[in-house]
Design a protein around this ligand. Sequence first.
Ligand code: 1HE
Length: 264
Amino acid sequence: MTSNTSSTDIQLDIRGAHQEIAVIRLSRVAKRNAVNDSLILALRDIFEKLPTTVRAAVIHGEGEHFCAGLDLGELEERDAGQGLHHSRMWHAALERVQFGPVPVIAALQGAVVGGGLELASACHIRVADETAFYALPEGSRGIFVGGGGSVRIPKLIGVARMTDMMLTGRVYTAQDGERAGFAQYLVPEGQAFDKAMELAARVAQNAPLTNYALMHALPRIAEQPAEQGYLTEALMAAIAQSAPEAKDRVRAFLEGRAAKVQKS
Ligand code: 1HE
């Protein structure tokens, strides 16, 4: 299935026996998947209109690079007011990724830079192959992040590392990036997409309310003062465990029908 978006630079495929996995592909290889206005709007539209069968999503980039960030060709044309609205447009799109209907797994290779890193940061799990590298060239291009990076990236790697990246143009390798917190998984070259699909299949089997809690409650609890966080946690826990599906899953374990936790 291909989505009904206005950009041909991004495609949506729905996969799985129950149409439960959405695969979103950035497909602008000639420009290293740089994101122009129509692409960011199409991304937003895809996440707003995902079929209700979908339980998890994978986002990846065609070619050797995940995403070269903002299409710098469009930057020249903007005045201050237009720049403000442009940034807010990115915020709205990446908000749909982070707080949309399903967990999103990014499969990363090659350049994960600028707005590409901002997009990856809005996803819930990042899987990088050994060719991945991370940078924020905004610092040396005389601009600033505008796709939510100043909020999301410090949560992954800390304010100090992000400041250093932007001040000095530092580029993190895949290995250093995994250690710093950009990606939760590091896999051999060419295997990020397959690993992301494997994880998506696993995520899609979770109770939807648990996935909802992880996407929508956990990051908000992390922002709350501890006393409020504990209350939000208790409310979310009560809602999740009261779902019939949760009771079925716990019973299945007690009756020996569900998998044990095992060392991998
Ligand atoms: C682009 C872009 C782009 C490539 N906008 N056209 N992002 C950056 O500052 C990163 C800029 N890009 C690069 O550093 C490199 O292109 C890469 C490391 C990503 C890839 O290198 P390479 O050797 O594979 O490709 P290339 O030869 O540099 O680029 C191929 C073509 O893509 C070339 O165009 P052509 O017409 O000469 O073939 C490049 O100009 C074009 N291209 N990246 C426009 N980004 C919400 S605010 C976010 C703010 C930002 O993201 S700022 C950071 C922008």
